[in-house]
Design a protein around this ligand. Sequence first.
Ligand SMILES: [Zn+2]
Length: 98
Amino acid sequence: MNYVRAQLSDSHKWIFRKIEIEGKRVFHRQCMACGRDFIMEPNTEGWRAVHVGLLEFDSLAEETSRRWLSEECPGHQLPEEINDRRMQCDTSVQKQSA
Ligand SMILES: [Zn+2]
């Protein structure tokens, strides 16, 4: 597994969390604006793009990781990136359907 060594852009509106996955502590950042999620395991020094599921994180393709890491925050969630498996209601924004 190749990790992308990169700094995350400060243009995102980060929510910082520490979570535990399978007994390992990992850092989690989620952007309130674009809804992108990243995790970093302490030993790897690299951020990875993930999708957040109810009980787990799914790694995204390395290509996606690279792209997200290199981009500024788009400022809103992109339609093609909406994670329909995102089940956490604490940070997700529910859109009112007209
Ligand atoms: Zn963002």
